[in-house]
Design a protein around this ligand. Sequence first.
Ligand code: FPP
Length: 254
Amino acid sequence: MANEERKRIHVAIIMDGNGRWAARRGLPRVAGHRAGVAAVRRVVERAAELEIGTLTVYAFSADNWRRPDAEVRSLMGLIAAYLRIECARLRDQGVRLEAIGRRDRIPGVLQRAIRNTEAATAGGERLTLRVAIDYSSREAIARAAAGVLAAGGTSIAARPDAPAVIGRLIDEEMTSQGGNVDLLIRTGGEKRLSDFLLWECAYAEFFFTDRMWPEFGAADLDEAVREFGHRERRFGAVPAAVPADAAEQVGRLQ
Ligand code: FPP
């Protein structure tokens, strides 16, 4: 099947192992993060060439504020620099950048870099690159639930089918923000979600690799996507009953 006829998938990546990669080389952790930025560049470039419509990368979790100040400052600076330096290239590659997560706690310089890059790349149609910064999935779900209740008031909560209705409305809200993840990749050997896209990963296929993020490249992404292509996705049904657009339907609570 030609690429353009295929469904464009949503790939999410937990980019783990920067610190260990650096430590093994006797380098400071920030050197690992710097090498991690180079890996982001490689992977974004390759993702734009594959049947990937959305790529969401976990750059900084809401729990990462617990790291030493110097490391937090370095990470914020590296992400801001990446956006500033890559902005024109992303636009030229047809990549639309979107940041997810809280914006009120990150440095002004990063807020500006996000705003500028989002505006400059808004027309990109080849790939949506979502960078999760100061992100917590639990918080995102709670915020979506709060929005649903604020819009519907006590009338929704009082309905006998409240869980189904609220679930459907939350799902609509989450879908409008990037939708279900098809393939979740985690590097660095750990096997956990770490508060990343919990709702959206309900039916994601997982690909774990021992490779540290700074070593991850185009061939690794190819391998993960190839393996994803061999997985049988049933979405809770039996194989023959899976509709072609199951990925869009799944998660809708009936
Ligand atoms: C986890 O590895 C990695 C992070 C918390 C930061 C990820 C950031 C980047 C790859 C660079 C900036 C991102 C963009 C989008 C430009 P770790 O430090 O926890 O590694 P460890 O488990 O080996 O200590």
